[in-house]
Write a protein that binds this ligand. Sequence first.
Ligand code: PBG
Ligand code: ZN
Length: 321
Amino acid sequence: MRRFRRLRANEQMRRLVRETHIEKSRLIYPLFMEEGENIKTPVDSMPGVYRYSLDRADEILKEVSDSGISGVLLFGIPKQKDDFATGAYADNGITQKAIRYIKQQYPDMLVTADVCLCEYTSHGHCGIVENHKILNDRTLPLLAKMAVSLAKAGADIIAPSDMMDGRVSAIRSALDENGFTDIPIMSYSAKFASVYYSPFRDAAQSAPCFGDRKTYQMDSANGREALREIADDIEEGADIVMVKPALAYLDIISRASDMGIPLAAYNVSGEYAMIKAAAQNGWIDEKKAVLENLTAIRRAGADIIITYHALDAAKWLEESV
Ligand code: PBG
Ligand code: ZN
């Protein structure tokens, strides 16, 4: 008889043959920075997650810095929104200010800046809108402008999440022309139109005020198309590609894991909210659920995991080793 159980007899034996590990260095914590003063507002649908103003951000930044994870993915929430997302590429915009502050105070923290217009547009769409249509080519120059502005502020990685076609090459050219040849692009390549983003939209106040994002984000039924999106972004110059969300798309992560380029997975807000809700009800053990999920994302083939659980996970990983 083949006795698989021999290698499961005790924790020492199981550790010896364990195939997958989560390293803290692979984790990135998404952080919401809101314009204004003295703000630490809890996000109702994401227990444990807050929006901070810059003057109160040290609390969370210290925690990130002490945790041993690699860094943050920044989302800015401006005071003013308009049709052209002016705040997104203002050199004194909230995200730009946050990046400058973080890089000054915490030079070793990797700061990835999300590039998208939806937090800055009055209509909440990720691009320029005309007659209720989201215009691809008119959006590209603004994304490029935003990317350059974030790079100027000191961002270490530029992460476009808008899903306009051609944005990686538009951003790459703009970065290069402005002397940022060494700033990598982490592209949200296979980003699906997902219900699991809804808590994020509460947090970032970025829900579209009409329609949905299905004309630019991917249909959740499509696997082959995800691989083409990824291949295309690699051709356009992406340095890291991403699959998002993570848990309902482990097959995509798995298929994208051997394309010869680092792969990130975004364990999104709704995935976080589900665990939190069940845990708060006493229906699930949060620590075990989170570590199982992160292991699954890693096992599927993600090199980098962006997750709201990052700080908790970093603590739990210390405990269980
Ligand atoms: C902005 C953006 C979104 C997320 C990351 N960047 C929201 C969206 O596309 O509506 C979602 C992240 C999450 O749910 O945690 N385009
Ligand atoms: Zn967007």
